[in-house]
Design a protein around this ligand. Structure first.
Ligand code: HEC
Ligand code: HEC
Ligand code: HEC
Ligand code: HEC
Ligand code: HEC
Length: 776
């Protein structure tokens, strides 16, 4: 039994007058300061997490605390604790207490989304929708992320009489700084909470309660040890709340992924854990690097080294507007506008007059890249404009989370020489609603009855009817088609990427707004582009047409957009331009290989990979695609020889483990197959592919129990094909949404529903798999 080294006075909330600045203290103790090295970007290795049953508190819940989901105290949240029973509310030192020394950190945190996660009227209204219908116990799902202090004190229960002094502090300092470990990267609160402690004792044991300032300052090392862990510098730490699923016990249906900024990041070039991305980064950038950058400190104490920002600037414009946090508002807006996304009006296709508006478009040659090539257009022509939207500086998808009620979209407008609108897609109408036919980076989730989940009531979610985003480093290719009016001398084309929180339907519900009331929060324009087209001859931009280097990247992004549109011939054509402009650009040949691989032309793909090898024989991306081609050609042994070294070099590259797992399974080498699927599940415990196949390994190896368990997990994580009929009915009734869901859709005024493409898809028995955005 360890004895605390000092008496610990328990103080409730400190009196405001105890708020003192860190400055004099730090001057006095500066000699003691040990500046811990920055360990941003270090590779994360998962601790061997204790199994769940080891962690279940032994103490019986207080009388009346409902356990409707079995023995887990906090289900449907995945969160666990390393202490028995519940905490007392006063066990959480208040943020004001920490803030009396860490004044600047406190002031930043106060304006952040974390500090306000349990008090905005829109959050409360949303969660009450759930608790009114089913009781507070269900909302433990939400509070494991939005109000952990409430949850760990047993307050999230209909019968609870526990005081709730921490609600207004939401995710308070000692929520984050008491997380001991993560259980795994499954998210939905998959962390282990420890009893909050500001200090450890001589033996390194946490000492609960509030020490005096002197005790902290005399032993800063003991303070640091209590509140800081290497884990906190990793993306996996953030994953516990920035990855979410709706479990069966919440929706009464089946496990459904809702979002995962973490997996998007982990598979992107920012993590440097996968060779698959089209572009590479010189170093890893974690969530903290972008959302907690070291800022020059305003207070002198941190001068010279700065503080990790506790603003978590992201895209939340609502919280700062609602609480009048002007500095945070400024930061969020500036962040969104800071060159995160690139819009390139890349190409034109012109169809000379006389065709009827509804006639199918007969593409002439592609005029691209715009600005570098001459072309001519006549009044009365139909023009198709190809716009490339590139996610350039976002470490995850554009709008990684909650696209069901956050609204980000492309506002496209073509005006004639008299300034009149010829075609607009993405306008806000006079009732403040976004044009339904716009290219939007949003999600439409349907309930089982086929109605739209429009109050973020995700526990009613059943299937997605629309889902679009731009993954990191990827490009979305959006096509618009319209006619140049007779008698006009030119057309001005402009494109803007806009973002508002929230969509109008949610706003009106959450704030009891009337249809005529203006939006309560600003719409931010994240990026713009424009281009002028004259009737007659258009010459390349002068005096500065885009350079060859710029045009190479433009073609490359166009090709990437084509891959995601599943138009592989066009992608191939684009990548051919890339290598023509720069024959020494090795990734260009790999991209050509990808375009062929995707079309099933494995021999051709291997030829391109051979060509890439003359420039860089060790490129892991090329080797990976080579392995895939060999696998499809059934050269399994060669495929293994190609892929195994990549798996070793990139142990956290899930796709290579998936492939190897499958090849070994095919070869009846079950133990090796199992090992690779286990590697996938260590990266994402909910990986549908791994659950789909690992059961066969277990069964073949004679492990019936695990095979049975996997059968259940496979059914949970894989898509429910029988849900398709709800989707088809919705699409029939909402052809505009159905059209938008086709990867190869062209946006145009008055699109008719009897479009052959839509019809073809609607006639299929099951919904096409490609409307799901896969994180690849
Ligand atoms: C008596 C003043 C005082 C109080 C109260 C206090 N701290 Fe500190 N804390 C310090 C000082 C001084 C440092 C060292 C600063 C430095 O990094 O040089 C520090 C360091 C830290 C660090 C950085 C550790 C590291 O290794 O980089 C964290 C995190 C922290 N405190 C969190 C908290 C939290 C959370 C609370 C409230 C529960 C709190 N502190 C209360 C004075 C205080
Ligand atoms: C895995 C953690 C997690 C769970 C579980 C969770 N949320 Fe959230 N929630 C978040 C995160 C993270 C955000 C911020 C998303 C963003 O801004 O991109 C958020 C944002 C929200 C917002 C919008 C807040 C704003 O200011 O924009 C609402 C409303 C909300 N959640 C409601 C709920 C409800 C209700 C539940 C339970 C049914 C729930 N959440 C479950 C993590 C979670
Ligand atoms: C959402 C979780 C979260 C919350 C809430 C939070 N912190 Fe932190 N804090 C972190 C993480 C993560 C780091 C390490 C950041 C990094 O890797 O650079 C950190 C770092 C710190 C540091 C060290 C800063 C430096 O640059 O040396 C201090 C001090 C600190 N936190 C104090 C606080 C205080 C005080 C509060 C409440 C007012 C608070 N934290 C709230 C997650 C949190
Ligand atoms: C205990 C759960 C939890 C942890 C741990 C956590 N977050 Fe959050 N985070 C949330 C919730 C909940 C919200 C949304 C709150 C709201 O808007 O109501 C949020 C909001 C944010 C936002 C603002 C989003 C926006 O729309 O502007 C950013 C950025 C963010 N978190 C980054 C991080 C990073 C980086 C880490 C890791 C260092 C982290 N978070 C750790 C729960 C958490
Ligand atoms: C390379 C920089 C970068 C990295 C790395 C990064 N982010 Fe972001 N994040 C951004 C930018 C830029 C935005 C604003 C654009 C947007 O909302 O998509 C953003 C937005 C967000 C938002 C608000 C999203 C919204 O639209 O409401 C959350 C939450 C968030 N990030 C969490 C994370 C987490 C968690 C990680 C780590 C797994 C992470 N970010 C890694 C740059 C980054």
């Amino acid at each position: 039994m360890t004895v605390p080294i000092f008496e610990v006075p328990i103080v409730a909330t400190p009196h405001p007058s105890t708020r003192l600045s860190l400055r004099p203290i730090l001057v006095a103790i500066s000699i003691l300061l040990f500046i811990s090295p920055c360990i941003h970007g270090q590779a994360y290795s998962a601790p061997s997490a204790p199994s769940r049953s080891d962690l279940l508190p032994e103490v019986q819940p207080p009388h009346g605390y409902a356990l409707p989901f079995g023995s887990g105290l906090y289900l449907p949240s995945e969160a666990q604790s390393n202490f028995p029973g519940f905490l007392r509310p006063e066990d959480f030192p208040s943020a004001a207490y920490c803030g009396h020394c860490h004044q600047e950190v406190h002031d930043q945190w106060r304006q952040s989304a974390h500090a306000n996660s349990f008090r905005t009227p829109w959050y409360l209204k949303n969660v009450h929708l759930l608790t009114d219908a089913r009781g507070l116990a269900y909302s433990r799902h939400c509070e494991g992320c939005h109000n952990p202090a409430g949850m760990f004190t047993g307050a999230i229960d209909d019968k609870a009489t526990v005081a709730r002094p921490n609600d207004d502090d939401g995710i308070t300092c000692m929520v984050c700084h008491s997380i001991q470990q993560i259980l795994n990267t499954s998210g939905t609160g998959s962390y282990i909470m420890g009893k909050p402690a500001v200090m450890v004792d001589r033996d390194g044991q946490p000492v609960p309660g509030l020490p005096t300032d002197k005790q902290i300052l005399d032993h800063l090392d003991w303070h640091r040890k209590a509140v800081m862990r290497p884990l906190y510098h990793t993306a996996e730490y953030c994953s516990v709340c920035h990855k979410a699923a709706v479990p069966k016990i919440l929706n009464g249906y089946k496990w459904l992924r809702s979002f995962s900024a973490f997996d998007e990041w982990q598979q992107s070039s920012w993590s440097r854990e996968s060779p698959m991305p089209f572009y590479t980064k010189p170093q890893q950038s974690t969530c903290q690097d972008c959302h907690m950058p070291v800022e020059p400190a305003l207070t002198k104490e941190y001068a010279g080294r700065g503080i990790a920002s506790h603003r978590w600037v992201g895209a939340n414009t609502a919280i700062p507007a609602y609480f009048n946090y002007s500095e945070q508002a400024k930061r969020v807006e500036a962040f969104l506008k800071e060159d995160k996304v690139d819009i390139d009006i890349f190409a034109l296709t012109v169809e000379h007059s006389s065709s009827a508006a509804s006639a199918p478009f007969k593409p002439t040659t592609l005029i691209a890249p715009l600005g570098s090539v001459p072309f001519s257009v006549m009044a009365g022509d139909f023009i198709r404009v190809d716009v490339v939207v590139r996610n350039k500086q976002i470490g995850h998808a554009l709008v990684p989370e909650l696209r069901d009620f956050y609204e980000c979209w492309l506002d496209f407008e073509a005006t004639d020489s008299a300034g009149h609108t010829i075609y607009r897609s993405g306008a806000i109408n006079d009732k403040h609603h976004l044009d339904r036919t716009a290219r939007a980076y949003t999600q439409t989730i349907l309930t089982r009855r086929g109605t739209v989940v429009d109050r973020h009531d995700i526990w009613n979610g059943y299937i997605r009817a629309y889902d679009a985003t731009v993954l990191p480093g990827r490009s979305d290719l959006v096509r618009y088609r319209f006619r140049v009016p007779i008698g006009m001398t030119g057309v001005h084309v402009s494109v803007a990427l806009r973002y508002r929180r929230f969509n109008r339907t949610f706003m009106e519900w959450a704030f009891d707004k009337k249809t005529d009331d203006p939006d309560p929060f600003p719409t931010v324009t994240m990026a713009t582009a424009s281009f002028d087209i004259n009737t007659g001859v258009n010459l390349p931009h002068s005096p500065d047409p885009p350079s060859v280097a710029v045009d190479k990247v433009r073609w490359n992004n166009y090709g990437i957009g084509m891959v995601d549109r599943q138009m592989f011939a066009e992608a191939f054509n684009a990548f051919e331009h890339v290598v023509k402009l720069d024959p020494k650009y090795e990734p260009g040949y790999v991209n050509l290989a990808i375009a062929d691989y995707m079309r099933g032309r494995y021999d051709d793909a291997l030829k391109w990979i051979g060509q890439s090898a003359t420039l860089d024989a060790a490129d892991p991306r090329a080797q990976y695609y080579k392995g895939l081609c060999l696998r499809w050609q059934k050269h399994y042994i060669e495929a293994i020889a190609t892929l195994e070294p990549i798996a070793q070099k990139y142990p956290r590259f899930r796709q290579v483990h998936q492939e190897l797992g499958y090849i070994y399974l095919t070869l009846h080498r079950y133990a090796e197959s199992k090992a690779h699927y286990e590697a996938v599940l260590a990266i994402d415990p909910d990986d549908a592919t791994a659950h789909r196949w690992i059961g066969a390994d277990y069964a073949a190896l004679g492990d019936r129990a695990d095979a049975d368990k996997e059968a259940i997990l496979a059914a949970q994580t894989n898509a429910d094909t029988s849900a398709g009929w709800v989707l088809q009915r919705y699409w029939r009734e909402n052809p505009d949404i159905a059209r938008k869901s086709m990867p190869a859709h062209t946006y145009s005024p008055g699109d008719a529903f009897d479009d052959a493409n839509v019809k073809r898809v609607l006639d299929l028995q099951n919904p096409p798999s490609f409307i799901w955005i896969e994180h690849e």
